[in-house]
Design a protein around this ligand. Sequence first.
Ligand code: NAD
Ligand code: MG
Length: 382
Amino acid sequence: MKRIAILGSTGSIGTQALEVIKANPDSFELEVITAHSNADLLIAQALAFKPNVVVIAREDLYEQVRDALQHEDIKVYAGANALNSVVEMSTVDMVLTAMVGYAGLQPTIRAIQAGKQIALANKETLVVAGQLITELAREKGVNIYPVDSEHSAIFQCLAGEFHNPIEKIILTASGGPFRGRKAEELRLVTKAQALKHPNWDMGAKITIDSASLMNKGLEVIEAKWLFGLRNDQIEVVVHPQSIIHSLVQFEDGSIKAQLGLPDMKLPIQYALGYPQRLKSDFPRFNFLDYPQLTFEQPDLKTFRNLQLAYNAMEQGGNMPCILNAANEVAVSAFLRDEVGFLEMSDIIESCMAKVMYIANPSYNDYVDTDREARLRALELVK
Ligand code: NAD
Ligand code: MG
């Protein structure tokens, strides 16, 4: 029985994780759920799942949640600091980081310091501070199980192969809703168009990142740290059907792939249940429904965010942190109709050129870098 804390239980990953936990009552016990501002859904989840602890990050919503749960044996806390404390509780075995963005960094660090196993959905954590996180995890004997479907695919391909060196990995990308378009056509695309992902139903931020290919850029950096790879060992190929979730090539030339219908519940369940493959009733893939699986080169000239992410990874240090912070600001400005689709790349590029570069950042350097990059990006939005 694994006792689970979910950071971000009201989101796309969080709600699907709850479905997985509900379907496997003999394997998982829900200990903690947390959310940012969706108090109504958090309350409904608490009443349905009866965790021991509930955290609402927005402090002004504390009374609403506490009052709604006053007849239950459930502790209610509020604020960002509460997130840092609940991941350390002795009753938690594994923390699923399903919150979005840089806000996931601190609670992830605290969970690793407390020796909790991590099921990592919050890729921004590894993009910002991959070196620090992976070193800390090694020191504490903590495993980081990937939830991202591409990284789960690679992890699944590596089962039984951990003694065999990887020659390279190939991350697949759907290409998003604007695959095949040229820059001129992207200038005026709307957020409604960008929010329509062909294959996956996800939170708003990652859906915009998928349309701009920044998501794949973040995943390249995430893969580097998760699997300890050199930059030149990570390739991206566009595969619009999203059936092959990613591939690993070994030193004898053999390639292993993991396939399935696009459904995040499978990688979530694999991360929570590892090393067990739990029985599921998820819809099964049928080759005859997909007579063609196709592959293309990503268009780095049009989708500049992917190139910017490669550049940030090459430069290392705090550069991926700058990239991430500028991107978070740019995406939320795009979602408020304050900047155009292509302007997001301009903002990120400018921040990467202007924010002070630090080759060997400490935790505090990341905090300062994130703040400075956000301020600069916000000025550019105005
Ligand atoms: P989402 O927007 O649907 O949900 C985000 C969750 O985080 C919500 O529960 C929200 O309350 C919480 N949250 C947001 N900001 C917070 C803050 N400042 N403090 C505390 N809690 C906060 O996002 P999502 O699509 O579920 O994605 C979550 C993470 O998983 C992201 O890092 C994303 O890149 C990654 N991921 C998602 C998918 C997917 O299919 N949705 C796939 C792969 C990876
Ligand atoms: Mg992914």
